[in-house]
Design a protein around this ligand. Structure first.
Ligand code: FDA
Length: 306
């Protein structure tokens, strides 16, 4: 119930204007977002890299409706990649890109062109790009653009969402050599016709997808904070004889940092997804939807208005 309220709020532009302008933000936003600008992103990246963690940076923004905004987002990524390389932070850091931030919903050719330019900048910086996955209406277009990008940039990563009924099939398609696939549960409000609705069904789908990816030839990126799924992934990696360099765990900035450190301390590759930028509203609402305890944190921040 709470989850659906927050996911509906994530899509409300009126509420977005209200919340983004409120001083509430600082405490709760800073827990999940590294800051507004590239300098903030670089500081967070440096700290994580010093702790032996990998990083995937996300310049916040989604559902871009103008060509100017799409161009500005592309430019931010190109500048970010050059700054990361200049600071010696690649290949530890890569970037995560939402195609809707590059105008996918207006003109998917434009989104492809900009994604291609970001991939070129990433190659020049000695690192990789992963395409985030958004709501199910974009899945086909995103996977088509991924296939195009991978012709010139085979290391471009995909994200697959275990809550979608189609995802086992997509895992089979993508479990091939050189293919980087981030498996997550899925963070959007989706109808029963396309997505499992119960937590148990999503978890069971996650395990089936994990089995396909771990037994395949690609590079699985296990994106979850769920202790049971992490233990199952460790088990499957042992079962399929995967070296720690042949898969990785991924978690979100500010979520279970002690678990990130524990896994890295045990010799696993761990990458932290680090969002930065001013357009944090949709991202924050999805994080609140994931965990009721975060709601109390948000409520206290609103009450104190610090
Ligand atoms: P679940 O939500 O069941 O949480 C398990 C446990 O983890 C909780 O009990 C709690 O202890 C902890 N936890 C989880 N979320 C928390 C939070 N927000 N705050 C505090 N504790 C929390 N989704 C998507 O649709 N498209 C995408 O491209 C991506 N990309 C992505 C990248 C990375 C690196 C990660 C880790 C996740 C994503 N996601 C995503 C989000 C994903 O789909 C999912 O919504 C969240 O990861 C939460 O699901 P968990 O697997 O962590 O399980």
């Amino acid at each position: 119930m709470l989850r659906s309220v927050f996911l509906a709020a994530a899509a409300s532009s009126k509420l977005e204007r209200l919340v983004e302008s409120a001083p509430v933000s600082k405490g709760i936003v800073r827990r999940f977002v590294a800051g507004s600008g590239i300098d903030d992103a670089l500081s967070a990246t440096r700290a994580l890299a010093d702790d032996g963690l990998g990083i995937s940076l996300d310049y916040l923004g989604e559902d871009t409706l103008t060509a100017e905004q799409a161009l500005a987002t592309k430019e931010q990524y190109v500048t970010l990649l050059s700054r990361l390389s200049g600071a010696g932070l690649t290949p530890a850091a890569e970037v995560s890109v939402k195609l809707s931030a590059l105008g996918q919903k207006v003109d998917d050719r434009m989104a492809y062109d900009y994604a291609q330019q970001i991939c070129v900048a990433a190659s020049a910086a000695g690192t990789t790009v992963t395409l985030d996955m958004e709501d199910h209406t974009t899945t086909d277009s995103t996977l088509e653009i991924l296939a195009e990008l991978r012709k010139d940039h085979p290391s471009t990563g995909a994200v697959l969402q275990a809550y979608l009924r189609r995802t086992e099939g997509d895992c089979r398609e993508l479990a091939n050599a050189g293919s980087r696939v981030r498996l997550c549960k899925g963070a959007y409000a989706e109808p029963e016709s396309v997505a499992y609705q119960s937590a148990l069904d999503v978890d069971k789908s996650y395990v089936r997808c994990l089995n396909i990816l771990m037994s395949g030839e690609g590079y699985p990126m296990v994106a979850t904070h769920d202790p049971r799924l992490i233990a199952i992934a460790e088990d499957r990696a042992r079962w399929f004889d995967r070296d720690p360099s042949e898969y990785e765990f991924q978690m979100l900035y500010g979520v279970r940092p002690e678990e990130q450190a524990r896994l890295a301390g045990n010799g696993h590759s761990v990458r932290v997804y680090v969002p930065f930028g001013d357009q944090w509203y949709g991202y924050l609402m999805r994080r609140l939807a994931e965990r009721p305890a975060n709601l109390a944190f948000f409520g206290r921040a609103l009450a104190s208005r610090k």
